[in-house]
Design a protein around this ligand. Structure first.
Ligand SMILES: *Cc1c(COP(=O)(O)O)cnc(C)c1O
Length: 245
């Protein structure tokens, strides 16, 4: 990669705040188009690889919820901002790192195996808490993606919901990368159908209320298809610099 492409411009405070407004407007439009209440949709601002200052800027406009992908980064931001913000873990989580975040996040979006859920259950037990989680679903069946297949998801939910220190609050997916968000509509629709089925299953410990789908490139389509939580990073904070990752 040429060095120039690694120089990512930091956005100004004004730009970040304007971006947040634009996203809220787009969510409102998608909701009115489909007869939904915009209050049903929460923005999880994905702040990975972005400085604490950017998070502080977003917080001045009332944005409270931030999503992080990397355990160490989440912990160091938590050490600075603590519970003045609400933190979600949205990235792939290794079992040996659960202990570092269990007391810092209010939701883990990325539960992609039974064994990870068992580890979360064990660590949550040490604090005597019930950890809220989403099951990550590889809804498009991509080879490179983490997550349960659509066929595995209900069984996984039943098994994980039975763990005493976990509540399964819904489903999450990262749809395929695409230039044309419309191509992901079918995947969002399929996940929504799975979410609705899960609601009807009434498994103990499974209370599906959150459908986490839609990122910068496709959140409007995701909201039209029933998303209750969009995870938007680039669209708020600008391009990320992965050169140190
Ligand atoms: C990085 C990331 C996002 C945000 O992606 P953008 O395209 O920058 O909005 C959302 N979800 C997950 C799981 C991510 O890793």
């Amino acid at each position: 990669m040429p060095t120039e492409s690694m120089n990512v411009n930091e956005l100004t405070s004004e730009e970040i705040l304007r971006n947040l407004d634009t996203i809220k407007e787009n969510i409102n439009k998608a909701c009115s188009k489909t007869g939904r209440d915009p209050k049903e949709v929460t923005i999880c601002a994905v702040s990975k690889l972005k400085p604490v200052e950017d998070i502080r800027v977003a917080m001045t406009s009332g944005q409270q919820l931030f999503g992080e992908n990397y355990v160490q980064e989440l912990v160091s931001k938590y050490e600075i901002l603590g519970n003045s913000a609400e933190w979600h873990m949205i990235g792939h989580l290794q079992k040996n790192k659960v202990k570092y975040i269990i007391d810092k996040v209010s939701l883990i979006h990325s539960v992609d195996s039974i064994s990870l859920a068992e580890q979360i259950n064990k660590e949550a037990g040490k604090y005597d808490i019930i950890m809220d989680v989403l099951l990550e679903v590889n809804i498009a069946g991509e080879e490179s993606k983490w997550g349960f297949t659509a066929d595995e998801t209900e069984d996984a939910a039943r098994e994980i919901g039975a763990l005493p220190h976990i509540r399964v609050c819904g489903l999450m997916t990262s749809a395929p990368y695409t230039e044309d968000a419309e191509t992901n509509r079918i995947h969002f629709r399929n996940l929504k159908n799975l979410f609705d089925k899960l609601k009807e299953d009434h498994y103990p410990g499974v209370e599906p209320a959150i459908l986490s789908m839609g990122m910068t490139g496709d959140y409007v389509v995701a909201v039209e298809e029933g998303s209750t939580m969009v995870r938007v990073g680039t669209g708020i904070f600008g391009e990320r610099d992965y050169s140190h990752k």
